[in-house]
Design a protein. Sequence first.
Length: 117
Amino acid sequence: MEKDEKSEQMKKRYARLAARVAKLGPVLQGTITERTIERADPKEPGKKKIYGPYFQWTFKKEGKTATVNLSASQAKVYQRAIDRHRKLEEITQEMRDLSLEILEATTKGVTKRKANR
């Protein structure tokens, strides 16, 4: 395969990756955690009462950890956005790797000198 043909294939692959990014939809960083609280039941001593589940979204904001309480329906939507963000990160890394290959294939590097012996 010729160098031009290979670089064209890489550019087409890059364009396909960019199209996938455009179709992702809303993305969020962070983690959704489901919490339950277990406490002694005041009405029945010796038994435990379970409260929840409660959902929390944890993420970084300006270098600090932030936590937001969510409803069950919000948790589902936010989790899908977090999953899309993880997919975006995978695609972005593949685009970076491919970009390097494209640039190496389409640009001329520094000519290396021969060692004097």
